[in-house]
Each structure stands twice: as structure tokens, then as C-alpha cells.
Design a protein around this ligand. Structure first.
Ligand code: NDP
Length: 400
């Protein structure tokens, strides 16, 4: 039985729904639920009513509502592409109904930006005892970047020692300011303090204060800034030989200037303020006025380049490789009406789900992507739209 329930109907969901709809051999029946049912109906129309057979309104913060829906649909797996705030309620509902779980982002409490796995890892024993599996972070970063690291460790090194994950969006959507995935989560991520792992401990940096100008295949040189990203936490846990692990993301000057102004006037705050007798969260208000990431696809030009530099020891010698994917915004739009950031997240979610349902990645408990054999996932990336390259690098592109 490979009936799935997808929760969330935003930019990433559009890709997951359409990619799953193209593969009846893995996903026999698709059901789609979100807060706003009209968004589910639109996706159902686009993917075909014969493939997306049911659409539902659900508040995924509400466990009893989720339990009722899951009991009605009876899926084998829930794919959570709503927001990180909903991870724990959906995991609770999966445990109560005996259904496997997959997501693309770690749980976040609303009132604090933490980006850590502690809450979800704490569910490991419960999932294990129930004979259920939860696959965490099956997007691109986290997700494919974890698989790239596992692939490098398996095939290219005796010991992995240094890791630099790089995320470049070299595309242009023509808007003054927009985020490529949910604005609330994206801005929380960027405005938090930077953090990286070195010699057995975390080191903090001021937000957007450490810069390297890196040359990305298919894109060119782009300013890249050190950020904390959640996959660093699981990768340093699962690859204890890592001496250093960092994450870099590119931002243009216009984007950073807008962000600076918005931050300066308090618009990115996640703490409630009183507005005309009502409590509102400035960042939620900002999200409401910014372009919806799912709407950016039309006319988006250029490519993303996301990958992993790994340095380590092979046969007694040090070497560095770069594993990466280039994804073209316009091609994604042609294929599924999405921009490349939604596409690079949605395709790995579909692949992770197919591997779970086929039993290839299936064991009771809560797991990160690097805890499974990377080879089959890497093959499927090539097959389903995210081909990757491995190059040996003569000299590290990082100045420090
Ligand atoms: P969107 O904002 O476009 O979509 C989120 C969807 O979730 C919306 O349809 C929204 O409903 C729905 N939703 C929000 N709250 C609830 C709720 N309480 N109950 C039911 N549905 C709800 O976000 P994206 O598609 O850009 O991102 C989806 C997820 O993917 C996020 O968790 C994001 O962090 C993650 N992501 C992961 C990446 C990776 O590489 N690993 C990269 C990019 C994103 P409504 O339309 O009514 O608001």
C-alpha cells in the first residue's frame, strides 16, 4: 500500500505533489491537506484529480484534527511540507495513528529561533517502539547535502575531516525583495547568530559577518556568508571525525540592504507587539506583504548551485572533493511550474518518501538522511531531475 498524505500546500508542496503524481508505481494514491483548502484544490487541478484523489482543510497545530484526518485517509506515510512549527504535532498524530513520517525542516518553537534537532531526536524511542520511522530533513539542505557527505565518506575517504556546505542561488526573480522559501522561516534563519563546529565545539559569529567570495560552477563568483544551518548538528554527530563543519549561503547586496532596513525598524521580530488593540508578530505581518515564494517561478532566470566540499584522508594523503548540483529555475518552471528552490526541496522529499515506501530506507526510529546508504538516493537524484557532479579540488577555495 503506498497511499500518502501530504500536509502543506505552498511552494515546496507543489513540487512534491506533482513529482509524486508522475510516479504511480511508488505512490498509488495522493491525498493533500493544508490550512487553506483552496490551495490544495488548485494543486489537485494542476496534478490531476485521478492522482490527487482527496483534498482537506486541516490545522496541523491541532493533534486531534490531524488524528481524525489520518484515520480517515489511512495513508502509509505522511509527508510534512507545512512549516517547522507543525513537526511535533504531526509526529504525535503519526504515532497515535501508526503511520510513518517525513519532513524537510527541523521543529521550531514559534517564539524562539533555535534550529536544532533535540525535540525531534527525543521521539526516537517512541517511534522505534511503535515500529514506525520518521525521516528528518529530506529536502536539499538539509537533505541532499547530508547524503552528499555520506556518499563522500563512503566512496572517497578513509576519514572525513573538514566540511563546507555551500548554497548559492545565482538566479534573478526580478522582484525588489523576496525570499525563495517561506519568508518567516528564511528570515529567522538568516538573522540568527552564525555558528560553526571546530575542534569539538561550536563557535559563534555575528549574523552575516564572515564572508568568502566563492566561485560556483554554472554561476560564477558570489559573496558567500557563514550561517548556522541545521544539518551541521546531525552531521557532526554522525561523522565524529569531523574537525570542522561550516555552512555558507550567497546573498546579493540589495537583499542584505533590504534585510538590514527591515531588521532596523523591527519588522523581522518574532515577538508579539500590540497593533490597534491586537497582538501581532511583525515577521508574520512582513510575510503577508512579501511575494509568495511559490509565485516567483514565472520569469525566474539563472541557476542554483548547492554542494558540499569535503576534505579528508584517503590512503594516507589529504584530498578535497566538491559534490554539487546545478538547478535551472526556468527548467523547473517548465517541468512543474516551480522555481529551483522549491524544486530542489520537493524532489528529495519525493525520493525519501519513495525509498521509505519501497522498504529501501526503512527502520523503526527517528533518523537523519546520512544514517542511510547514500547510493540509491544518489541514483534517484540523477533520475528525477537533480543530477550531480563530483570534482577533485586542487586547492581549497576558502581563505581560512
Ligand atoms: P510555504 O509558506 O510556501 O508553504 C507552507 C504551507 O504550509 C502553506 O500551504 C501553509 O498554509 C501551510 N501551513 C502553515 N501552517 C499550517 C497549519 N497550522 N496547518 C496546516 N497547514 C499549514 O512554505 P514552503 O513551501 O516554502 O516551505 C515548506 C517547508 O519546506 C518549510 O518547513 C521550509 O522550512 C522547508 N524548506 C526546506 C528546505 C530544504 O532544503 N530542506 C528548503 C526550503 C524550504 P497557508 O497557505 O494557509 O498559509
Amino acid at each position: 500500500m503506498s497511499r500518502i498524505l501530504i500536509i502543506g500546500a505552498g511552494g515546496v508542496s507543489g513540487v512534491v505533489v506533482k513529482k509524486c503524481a508522475m510516479l504511480p508505481e511508488y505512490f498509488s494514491e495522493i491525498h493533500l491537506a493544508s490550512r487553506t483548502v483552496s490551495k490544495c484544490e488548485k494543486l489537485q487541478q494542476e496534478a490531476g484529480k485521478d492522482r490527487v484523489v482527496g483534498v482537506y482543510a486541516v490545522d496541523a497545530d491541532n493533534v486531534p484534527q490531524l488524528v481524525e484526518l489520518i484515520n480517515k485517509v489511512k495513508p502509509a506515510l505522511v509527508i510534512n511540507v507545512a512549516l517547522p512549527y507543525q513537526d511535533l504535532p504531526i509526529m504525535d498524530a503519526c504515532l497515535e495513528t501508526g503511520v510513518h513520517y517525513l519532513d524537510t525542516a527541523n521543529y521550531e518553537p514559534k517564539d524562539e529561533a533555535k534550529f536544532e534537532y533535540s525535540w525531534q531526536w527525543a521521539y526516537h524511542e517512541k517511534f522505534k517502539q511503535a515500529g514506525l520511522m520518521a525521516l528528518l530533513g529530506s529536502g536539499f539542505d538539509p537533505g541532499v547535502t547530508n547524503v552528499f557527505t555520506a556518499y563522500a565518506a563512503k566512496h572517497y575517504f578513509d576519514e572525513v575531516q573538514y566540511l563546507d556546505i555551500v548554497d548559492c542561488n545565482g538566479g534573478d526573480h526580478g522582484k525588489a525583495f523576496a525570499t525563495n522559501f517561506n519568508p518567516e522561516i528564511n528570515i529567522r534563519e538568516i538573522t540568527q547568530r552564525g555558528k560553526y563546529w571546530e575542534n569539538g565545539e561550536w563557535h559563534e559569529t555575528d549574523p552575516i559577518s564572515v564572508r568568502e567570495d566563492l566561485d560556483y560552477p554554472g554561476v560564477g563568483v558570489r559573496p558567500s556568508y557563514l550561517l548556522f544551518h541545521e544539518e551541521l548538528e546531525s552531521l557532526v554527530k554522525h561523522f565524529p571525525t569531523l574537525k570542522r563543519a561550516r555552512f555558507w549561503m550567497t546573498f546579493g547586496d540589495a537583499y542584505l540592504n533590504h534585510l538590514k532596513v527591515l531588521e532596523g525598524i523591527g519588522m523581522t521580530s518574532i515577538h508579539p507587539i500590540d497593533f490597534q488593540g491586537q497582538q501581532i508578530i511583525p515577521l508574520e505581518f512582513l510575510k503577508a506583504v512579501l511575494p509568495n515564494p511559490g509565485s516567483l517561478a514565472e520569469g525566474y532566470e539563472g541557476m542554483t548551485c548547492i554542494g558540499t566540499y569535503v576534505t579528508g584522508i584517503k590512503d594516507g594523503k589529504e584530498k578535497t572533493i566538491f559534490i554539487y548540483n546545478n538547478c535551472d529555475h526556468a527548467k523547473c518552471n517548465e517541468e512543474v511550474g516551480a522555481q529551483a528552490v522549491s524544486y530542489t526541496t520537493g524532489v528529495p522529499a519525493m525520493i525519501g518518501a519513495s525509498l521509505m515506501l519501497q522498504g529501501e530506507w526503512m527502520k523503526p526510529g527517528v533518523y537523519n538522511m546520512e544514517q542511510f546508504d547514500p547510493d540509491i538516493f544518489m541514483q534517484k537524484l540523477n533520475k528525477y531531475g537533480l543530477p550531480w557532479q563530483v570534482v577533485e579540488v586542487e586547492k581549497s577555495p576558502f581563505s581560512k
